[in-house]
Design a protein around this ligand. Structure first.
Ligand SMILES: CCCCCCCC(=O)SCCNC(=O)CCNC(=O)[C@H](O)C(C)(C)COP(=O)(O)OP(=O)(O)OC[C@H]1O[C@@H](n2cnc3c(N)ncnc32)[C@H](O)[C@@H]1OP(=O)(O)O
Length: 209
């Protein structure tokens, strides 16, 4: 899955950078459709969770942020510790470009959202993002190794706050973007309803208390 993910990310990168002639684009489109048909020979439904995923921990192979198998993930390489901290490392390429040469602002928000959620989940405070505030302080360039750090803040019932920042690995003193988030754990009965179509128990986004 990871190997296919790597190959497809190379393909996505090539697809958004190519300047080959139109006939070559048409030939590539035929090949891409053939490949899609081959993969669809056995595929899961829209709400089904991948057999390799663990919905209790929340780790997902096809996450659009960090999933090793996802062609659209940058992908972020993230880790966390049980004291409510998370880090992420990523170098963002052309598929996630916003203004020329810069990372798209929505992608910056996505990366920050992920490390925020991961920090509190690591401390056993899983939840869904209720609010996300991002301050974009400096342009974030493509092709630059980036470091994200997040830390859990206050907890109050099902609510948990966290804050995060984004820097370039080679200039950690310059904050490129920072974020605060409020995360709310779903009540067990609400989670059962929201995730019923998956047919699985989904602990990572639910209050465990
Ligand atoms: C490891 C990484 C995992 C990946 C994580 C990825 C993060 C995501 O992308 S999550 C997806 C995006 N987010 C969503 O889809 C959330 C959609 N929203 C919802 O489902 C609901 O609004 C939800 C769950 C946030 C709150 O609903 P519900 O559980 O019914 O809360 P509710 O009972 O109304 O409120 C609980 C408390 O939170 C407060 N609250 C609710 N929403 C907000 C809000 N947006 N801002 C401030 N406070 C809020 C309420 O005032 C209430 O406070 P109190 O207990 O003091 O009265």
């Amino acid at each position: 899955m990871g190997e296919l993910g790597d190959a497809l990310r190379e393909l996505v990168d090539a697809a958004v950078r190519t300047e080959v002639p139109e006939a070559e684009l048409e030939a590539a489109a035929v090949l891409a459709r053939e490949l899609a048909a081959r993969l669809r020979a056995s595929a899961r439904g829209l709400h089904e969770i991948a057999r390799v995923d663990d919905p209790e921990t929340g780790e997902r192979w096809y996450s659009p942020v960090y999933g090793p198998g996802s062609p659209v993930a940058p992908p972020l390489v993230a880790s966390d510790t049980p004291d409510g901290r998370a880090t992420g490392r990523v170098t963002v390429g052309k598929p996630h470009e916003g203004p020329p040469g810069l990372v798209h602002g929505g992608v910056v928000a996505t990366l920050l959202d992920h490390v925020l959620a991961r920090a509190l989940r690591a401390a056993g405070r899983g939840g869904l993002t209720a609010t996300l505030t991002v301050r974009y302080r400096r342009p974030v360039h493509l092709g630059v190794p980036l470091l994200l750090t997040a830390e859990m803040g206050e907890t109050d019932g099902r609510r948990t706050t966290a804050h995060a920042r984004l820097v370039a690995e080679d200039s950690p003193e310059v904050v490129l973007a920072e974020a605060e988030g409020l995360f709310i754990a779903l009540r067990a009965e609400r989670a059962a309803d929201v995730f019923s179509a998956t047919g699985r128990t989904v602990g990572a986004w639910t209050s465990r208390s």
